[in-house]
Write a protein that binds this ligand. Structure first.
Ligand code: ZN
Length: 440
């Protein structure tokens, strides 16, 4: 397993917006659960095999230096460098490349996280990436800096907020945690202010360097305002930040799409036709709040039959994520099967006319999601409106709820019986939460 042994923390932030709350201390020393966020970061890194760190400090750098010392009490070597003038979040790092090892993590000093760093490093290595950015969906994509990635996870474009009101993007937010190949940044080593998202990433993408979007359901949230800090504190208290999360698997609710999340309208071929069922946003929020990852698993034979392109379906899913975002909900991922086994449709695509193992009730999409997002099927559920969803749940070892919306489980294709029946997604979510409570 390839590891990354060095960590760079950009901790120049003044914490002005937090000063009324915590007094005159640098953001990195703001306590979360009684411990500076910087200490949480260092402990996380040590747990992932990181043995040295460079901290770029500015405002009240002496406090940071005094706090970390030489790093030995955290089990690592730490070097604190002082920025005399603010150089953006990347400037000081780029000017110090010669003193940094060939590969390192970069994090900002005001971000609370419980990320499996070793797993992220492995993804960076397997992809042969020059630069890997941790990305995840959030509940306010419309005012977040967004990343556009292709099916292999390679970043193709960045869309920084604010976004034009008529645009709809995938809900993929840059969370400001990176794995960096030092030598890919050589051309940026010049004086002056620079920023990872505004300068470095766009240039790397433009010159063809491999920038990977590492999508994960691990916890990561900035705490740079009093409201955000309060949320992070609450998350820690409610057990949503599992500081020993590395290598642990989490619970998910797998969701069918048409007839479960949105109104069933035959075969949906364009984004305009997407209409969320009532209460879906609130139901997903409640499941999220209880700690479930949320993953859509959908058969899209429209692609094989030539009735919609991959781009059309991607546009439907951007719209789905965007509309859910307006209700404060988000999905961790959407998996689709583009195949269809039967030939004979005009305009069909022969290469997709195959018997695959991803088409529900095949389990390949669930298995892939479990690998990608570190999910445990034994802790997880499937909600759908068709018997193939129930059969999928049976085969994949998930508990299942059939909803009475859409087909309502009356298609008669498979004889598997669901564990529960619910009127709609809201009722299904309540039921899952009751079961969780009863088991606790
Ligand atoms: Zn398939």
């Amino acid at each position: 397993m390839e590891t990354v042994g060095h960590l760079v923390i950009v901790a120049g932030g003044k914490g002005t917006r937090l000063s009324a709350l915590v007094g005159d201390i640098p953001k990195a020393l703001v306590p979360v659960g009684g411990k500076p966020v910087l200490q949480h970061q260092l402990e996380l890194a040590v747990g992932a095999g990181v043995r040295s760190a460079t901290i770029f400090a500015g405002f009240l750098a002496d406090q940071i230096a005094a706090f970390v010392g030489d790093g030995s009490r955290f089990g690592m070597r730490i070097d604190v460098r002082v920025e005399d003038e603010p150089l953006g979040n990347a400037g000081a790092v780029l000017q110090s490349l010669d003193t940094l090892p060939p590969r390192f993590f970069v994090m900002y000093g005001d971000v609370m996280m419980a990320v499996d760093l070793a797993r992220m490093a492995q993804a960076h290595h397997s992809a042969g990436a020059a630069f890997t950015a941790f990305v995840h969906p959030n509940d306010h994509p419309f005012d977040s800096d967004l990343v556009e990635a292709d099916a292999q996870g390679r970043v193709t474009q960045l869309h920084n907020a604010p976004h034009a009101p008529d645009r709809i993007y995938a809900n993929l937010v840059n969370a400001a945690l990176y794995v960096v190949e030092r030598d890919a940044l050589r051309s940026f080593a010049r004086p002056g202010k620079q920023d990872f998202t505004k300068d470095v990433m766009p240039c790397l993408i433009a010159c063809g360097a491999k920038v990977l979007a590492y999508r994960s359901a691990d916890y990561i949230k900035d705490m740079g305002t009093p409201e955000r800090l309060a949320r992070v504190e609450a998350d820690l208290k409610n057990g949503k930040i599992d500081l020993a999360a590395s290598g642990k698997l989490r619970a998910a609710v797998f969701l069918d799409r048409d007839g479960t999340l949105n109104v069933e309208k035959g075969f949906l071929a364009s984004a305009e036709g997407l209409e969320l069922l009532p209460g879906v946003g609130a139901a997903l929020k409640a499941l999220r709040q209880a700690g479930y990852s949320l993953v859509v698993i959908t058969n899209q034979p429209v692609i094989a039959r030539g009735e919609a392109s991959e781009d059309d379906v991607a546009a439907i899913h951007r719209r789905l994520e965007w509309d859910l975002g307006k209700e404060g909900a988000y999905l961790d991922a959407v998996y689709l099967c583009p195949h269809h086994p039967d030939k004979g449709f005009p305009g069909e695509r022969p290469e997709l006319k195959i018997a695959c193992d991803c088409r529900k009730p095949g389990t390949a999409m669930v298995e892939q999601a479990c690998r990608d997002l570190a999910l445990d099927p034994r802790l997880s559920w499937m909600i759908g409106d068709q018997t193939r969803d129930i059969e999928l749940a049976r085969r994949a070892g998930l508990r299942s709820v059939v909803v009475r919306t859409g087909t309502g489980g009356s298609d008669g294709r498979y004889s598997a019986t669901p564990d529960f029946i619910a009127d709609d997604l809201s009722a299904a979510a309540r039921l899952i939460l009751e079961q969780k409570k009863a088991a606790a």
